[in-house]
Every structure is written in structure tokens, then in C-alpha cells.
Design a protein around this ligand. Structure first.
Ligand code: MTE
Length: 312
């Protein structure tokens, strides 16, 4: 992966512990909660202006772990269409227009449809899901995403019996995005249909109670918390149901390094670095990486008949 190693994170990119604690205390004392927290940081460079997503239901799938500050979630990003440096997306993705925006669902479905983003926002009750995000580069964050299960969207198009896989295609506009052959554009990812229908797989429209900043994949992205972060495609415009396993950008770029499944697995190292431990952004010590990123109870059964060291 043409990426910075975790050790390359500049100290200035990481919130000092004392500052982080002061922010949390402020939010607690003001009794303000998430929405106010997001407003507090609205002045930071985070692409197009975020809008509140209103009342959100809480999810039983949320982790109780300490959340990564919004500033870090929105300034330390991978969005290679806007450059390969972690700071590039926050600086450059603001030019992407996220209205109007449509998502086309096609392929092996009985009711192919193009959904407007505003239809998607009204489709199902929005939930806050506090998930761990584990990047293949061995750093992690805890992010309060906002969205609803992808299954609610897929059910609307009535998948055919022969559909076994789902491909996600990100928006690509060479006028404002990278033309370097870093990856084969547009960015493509994929899941098996049962993975896509799993209740943990989130169609994501926001974070910290507000619409997604552009650098985090506005206006709509996928979040699959038990897989390495690159499986969670940003700014999607097409969802295609297929019989055969789809092409995916990272797998095409390096099949030995980035498997189709890419379930978080501390026992399967990346050929160039260990996956046994990770560094939570904002912390200096490393912590052990958990199988399936801590979601084994919910998802391990999806892979009971597979050799996960071979099908990584
Ligand atoms: N989606 C697109 N379209 N382009 C990308 O470069 N990077 C992936 C994923 N989705 C990427 C993408 C990777 S490597 C990670 S770790 C996550 O987005 C990062 O999401 P975040 O920046 O919101 O934390």
C-alpha cells in the first residue's frame, strides 16, 4: 500500500492527551452531548459544512470505548482520490459536490433503482453506531457513525436468488480527483451478499451527529467494522449485485497483500508488517488487535467453513 506507516504520524497530527481530556470535560460539564460537540468543532477544516442529522437512536452494537476526537477523525484520512497523504483529503475534498447525488442499485435485482440521497436519508431511522475502525496500516479509531443497516436499502431492490456478491463503486471525477495510477479508478470494493446483509454493515451518512464531511466519504459510504478500513468504500454512486466475486481496487493493486475478505485478523500479517497490534489514534502505546476487530461474536459464523489464513 502506498501509505504512511503508523510510525510516520507526526506528533502534531495527534491530539495531546491533556487537550483531549479538557474537551471531554467541557462537553460533560455543559451536558451538551454529541450535537454540541460537533458544533464546537464545526469551524475546523472539514470539507463542506456539516449539518445536524437530528434525533438519533442509540445502537446496541456500539462499543463503550472512548471515542476518537472529531478533529482526528476528520483530519487523518485515507481517500486516495484526493491524495495519498493523510492530511490531503481534509484539504482537498471540499471541492467535491455532494448535492445532487444519486446511488444506482443494479445487477441481479428484480427492482433496479436510482435513489436520491434525500430519499436515502429518509429511508430508515438513523442510528448512532460507535464502531472501532481498524485500518490495514495498523492504526485504529473509535468513530460515532450515523446510518442504518445496508440491508434496509438492498431489500428495496429485491435481490435475485443468483446474487451472491455486492460491488460498491465510488464517485470518480478526474477533474477534481487524482489522475495518478495509484489505484485503478473508480475505487471499487465488494462484499459477499451475506456480509452486506449483516446487521453490522452500515450504510453511513454521518459522524458525530452530523452529515459526513467530504473527506470521510460524503454523502454516503459503507462501514464494515470487522474488516480492514479499505473495505468501507466512500462516496458511493453505484451498488451492483453479482453472481461472481467482483474486482476490488486494492486486491487488483496487490492481491498478495489485500485479500478480498480482509477480515481483521491478528494472526495473518500483511506481507510487509505485523497485524498483531495496532495504535489507537491519540495514544502512543500499542494494543493487541482483536479477531474480527472485536466483532467475532457477531460475525465469526459467516466464515465457519473457511480457512481464513488462506482466504484472507
Ligand atoms: N474509499 C475511497 N473511495 N477511496 C479511498 O481511498 N480509503 C479506505 C476507505 N474507503 C478509501 C475509501 C481506507 S484505506 C480507509 S482506512 C477508510 O476509507 C478510511 O476512512 P476514514 O478516512 O473515514 O477514517
Amino acid at each position: 500500500m502506498l501509505i504512511k506507516r503508523p510510525g510516520d504520524i507526526a506528533p502534531s497530527e495527534i491530539t495531546p492527551r491533556t487537550l483531549f481530556d479538557q474537551r471531554r470535560d467541557f462537553l460533560r460539564q455543559s451536558g451538551a452531548g454529541l450535537i454540541a460537540g460537533a458544533a464546537l468543532w464545526a469551524g475546523l477544516p472539514s470539507g463542506a459544512r456539516a449539518a445536524s442529522l437530528g434525533a438519533l437512536s442509540k445502537s446496541a452494537f456500539s462499543t463503550m470505548e472512548e471515542m476518537t476526537p472529531r478533529k482526528d477523525v476528520t483530519s487523518y484520512n485515507n481517500f486516495y482520490e484526493f491524495g495519498t497523504d493523510k492530511a490531503d483529503p481534509a484539504e482537498r475534498a471540499g471541492v467535491m459536490k455532494t448535492r445532487p447525488w444519486t446511488v444506482r442499485i443494479e445487477g441481479l435485482v428484480n427492482k433496479p433503482r436510482t435513489f436520491d440521497i434525500d430519499e436515502i436519508l429518509r429511508m430508515a431511522p438513523l442510528e448512532e453506531r460507535i464502531y472501532r475502525l481498524r485500518c490495514v496500516e495498523a492504526w485504529s479509531m473509535v468513530i460515532p457513525w450515523v446510518g442504518f443497516p445496508l440491508s434496509a436499502l438492498l431489500k428495496q431492490v429485491d435481490p435475485q436468488g443468483s446474487a451472491k456478491y455486492v460491488q460498491f463503486i465510488s464517485h470518480y471525477d478526474p477533474k477534481i480527483m487524482s489522475r495518478l495510477p495509484v489505484l485503478d479508478w473508480p475505487y471499487r470494493e465488494g462484499l459477499r451478499l451475506d456480509e452486506a446483509m449483516h446487521p453490522l454493515t452500515l450504510l453511513t451518512v454521518g459522524l458525530y451527529g452530523e452529515t459526513l464531511p467530504n473527506q470521510n466519504g460524503a454523502p454516503v459510504r459503507i462501514v464494515v467494522p470487522w474488516k480492514y478500513g479499505f473495505k468501507s468504500a466512500k462516496s458511493i454512486v453505484t451498488i451492483r449485485l453479482l453472481e461472481k466475486q467482483p474486482e476490488t481496487s486494492w486486491n487488483m493493486a496487490g492481491p498478495e497483500e489485500y485479500g478480498f475478505y480482509s477480515n481483521v485478523n491478528p494472526e495473518v500479517d500483511h506481507p510487509r508488517w505485523s497485524q498483531a497490534r495496532e495504535r489507537r489514534i491519540g495514544e502512543f502505546r500499542k494494543r493487541p488487535t482483536l479477531p474480527f476487530n472485536g466483532y467475532a461474536d457477531q460475525v465469526a459464523s459467516l466464515y465457519s467453513s473457511m480457512d481464513l489464513k488462506r482466504q484472507f
